[in-house]
Design a protein around this ligand. Structure first.
Ligand code: DX5
Ligand code: ZN
Length: 216
């Protein structure tokens, strides 16, 4: 199991992105989490390709894009061209999830599959061994700074069991309401990657917060 922190840019300062990119470049965060929202799959709109391409130019770290959009298949190639490393789609947004996972991998990216809080783990049972990562949403997607849904911890434990039984290397990522108060519990439950927006960017010392999350 790994321990990776992926700070979510949704909570960054968009009037001075350079500052936050530099802060993260010099931090122990190995990944950058990019929340892409279309205003249809979720009740919010975030940012798209121009911003991703600008961030790509300024960092060598892993770009971890979380697509909260319908019909993600239409844009897979564009995300590959933009330099995204991990592309995560929602199981709820993919009619042919198996095909989507294959398409993402065929373009040289790693593939993640995300599950909303109400979606059971059975939705990914047939593709878990093909995905590089499963993302457990611990809030209803759409906004930063929401409260962590406590039932998510047990969901992670059950997913860890499923991954062990399948004997695959699939990573477990958790996203939403992650903080210093629950990071230790989440790593113990079996998470490899913690996404954190508010907890990192709104803290007094974001680099130190990242280190504390890693050591939780
Ligand atoms: C929610 C997004 C999250 C969110 C995390 O829709 O997918 O990545 O920005 O923010 P925090 O850590 O503040 O809950
Ligand atoms: Zn996210």
């Amino acid at each position: 199991m790994s321990r990776i922190i992926s700070p979510s840019f949704l909570s960054a300062d968009f009037s001075d992105l350079d500052k936050d990119i530099e802060m993260l470049n010099g931090s122990k965060a190995e990944w950058f989490h990019l929340d892409i929202m279309d205003g249809v799959f979720v009740p919010n709109i975030s940012f798209g390709f121009p911003v991703i391409e600008a961030i790509r130019k300024k960092t060598d770290k892993v770009l971890d894009a979380h697509l909260m959009i319908i019909e993600p298949d239409r844009y897979i190639e564009r995300f590959a061209q933009a330099g995204v490393n991990y592309l995560t789609v929602h199981a709820e947004a993919c009619v042919h999830l198996h095909r989507t996972v294959q398409n993402i991998r065929a373009l040289g990216m790693k593939c993640g599959v995300a599950l909303n809080p109400h979606t059971p783990l059975s939705a990914i049972e047939e593709v878990v061994h093909l995905a590089d990562m499963v993302l457990i949403m611990s809030v209803n997607p759409g906004f930063a700074a929401q409260s962590f849904i406590p039932e998510s911890v047990d969901k992670v434990r059950r997913l860890r069991r499923m991954i062990r039984e399948r004997n695959t290397e699939t990573l477990i990522q958790i996203d939403g309401g992650v903080s210093l108060a629950n990071a230790a519990t989440l790593f113990d439950a079996g998470c490899d990657v913690l996404v954190a927006g508010n907890a990192v960017f709104k803290s007094e010392n974001p680099r130190q917060t990242i280190e504390k999350l890693l050591l939780a």
